[in-house]
Write a protein that binds this ligand. Sequence first.
Ligand code: BGC
Length: 748
Amino acid sequence: MLKRICLSLFSFYHFLMICPAQQKTIDQKVDSVMQLMTLEEKIGQMNQYNGDWDATGPITKDGEKQNQIKKGYVGAMLNVSGAGHTRALQEIAMQSRMKIPLLFGQDVIHGYRTIFPIPLAEAASWDMEAIQKSARIGALEAAAAGIHWTFAPMVDIARDPRWGRVMEGAGEDPFLGSLIAAARVKGFQGKGLGNTDAVMACAKHFAGYGAAVGGRDYNSVDMSLWQLHEIYLPPFKAAAAAGAATFMNAFNDLNGIPAAGNKYLQTDILKGRWDFKGFIVSDWGGVGEMINHGYAKNSEEAARLAVNAGCDMDMESRSYINHLANLVKAGKVGMQVIDESVSRILRKKFEMGLFDDPFRFSDTNREKEQWDNQANLVAAKEMAKKSIVLLKNDHLPGQSTPVLPIDRSVKKIALIGPLVKAKSENLGFWSFDWPDDENRIVSLWEGVQKKLGKGATMLYAQGCDITDTSRLGFAAAVATAMLADIVIVSVGERRDMTGEAKSRSDLHLPGVQEKLIQALQATGKPLVVMISAGRPLIFNWTAEHVPAILYTWWLGTKAGDAMADVLFGDYNPSGKLPMSFPLAEGQLPVYYNHFNTGRQAKDDNDRMYRSAYTDLSIYPAFPFGFGLSYTHFSYSDIQLSRSSIRPVDSLRASVTVTNNGKFDGKETVQLYIHDLFASVVRPVKELKGFKQVALKAGEKIRVEFMITAADLRFYNDQLQYIYEPGAFEVFIGTNSRDVLKTAFQLVE
Ligand code: BGC
């Protein structure tokens, strides 16, 4: 009663002031607001529009957006950023009857102003602190530009590099993927929603999107529930547990039901079993696309199916804004369903402090400070160095040291290839191009130039372009190489060759780039190949013949500085592959945590009536977890503290790691487990732990892991998460292939 009197006398904001924030819980405040809202205003909160300057799907332009905002028919915008722009739109929202602030969302995937390595590259660092910091900085910069909400992290497990979106995730492993999901959520959300430098995270794409048949983006996904729960859902669960404010559903149909209309995923698992309190947004137009899937007859039915399945906000398909009111009036969607979604959305707006001050993120001073934040650039360089993976580093015949690192006293160095002087390519997909990028982004050429100063002669030839079929530039490239003491070849993909809608069936180095490498290798000069790409590529000739290979992915604004540090040994590479690299597309999907099958091949000579190819190895070119260092780590003396444990016990697994090379270095020690016999078959290896250790040259340490029954759990055929007594193998090593092995028993 008191409330009603308050509200009839004062505006809504006066009401909030009279009934101060501290005295009411957020749920009570949400209820107070909702009591005043019309059905149409409620549905407006569930509607998200694009700002129309950047689109990742079909655009529905009707020029009416501002009017709709004024009426309170829009809850969130995407692709509107900048303190000025966001303020201007928020001012329009403040003219609406209820004055409910808009949310501004944006794909801040690996940085905003300062671009960090693509997420797959960051995953190669296996460094949770650095990954969290990268997300933190992205949030800091984005929040200062008026952004409340990032559509990240993408936590889709990806086993098939044909799928262009592998660049956006953490690779193939659910354990590593879960840790990274949590680190990114924590990074984006910082000290918690309500701080003006915290943006809401959005775990996407729920769920299964990474398992698109044939690696073709947007394609169907058909998988057992076992696989869904065991492999694809854990990173989502970790993101929810880390407090992700929002989730985005996916474009794919999962076992016949489009994700946007999938009740099992959204209501039963996420909001039910995992008790997720945030809201779910659809992917771009995903609600309406259920018509194309053949699941909804029209957009009205699509709205009904999606909202009843638990999708709270419709991104750009307009199915909700056009049909939900009628559906409610016709009794096809319950009012409580709408109320539930709206309260989830409003709760986040309250938590973000937007009801207190709708403009708190649109602060031009803060925006200016973050625009030129030098500390962010330093962090981007650190992250970039950690993301580089050394794939090969051999000695040349007659030489006592491997090709890398390059001696800084080198006199003549040739940099050859289409990416040597590349600038914006280094940003990779899902990044922002700023007008002053030319000055900020460091190319490989510039990085090396800074490193060597005037002491060395740097030579350059392009050789070919990325997708060229012509070899006309080869002669000049070879002639340039002939003049040099060492040749660095920079090849790869274009940045827009991976990413959304960038599935490819041919994963070889594009164009004639590998032919260029062959021509340069024939000069007999020491060659270092640097591969920049958003996904695992195939480069078998290079892997076999060229002595040194660095996989640099897309490293962001400070790419060239990071590459130069690694080339000249100022940073000893420590990255480890978060995805298996295939030998051929015909192997795909190829991943380390596969089952044994009834006819496993012992090796590639064992093919007859085996689970093998008659014409191709079963092994990847480079396994999951692989990555070399300029030094050499050897593993010895794997031990378990006991040979059997009960479910209440724990077990210590340990190994000696020795740096017996000439450089100080960092190693990621990996622990895998294999459940030998179980009521459902188990993967040959599963990552269950890793530790990063820094060892001086000559130093050795004992690295320990604790194993408990919790590490032995899996989903049985009833989808119960259990462990079963029996024998387990334990592997510890430098990657998923090169390991030491021991075993123990779990007893009742
Ligand atoms: C992508 C999402 C993205 C959205 C908004 C879609 O096409 O699949 O990941 O967040 O566009 O840009």
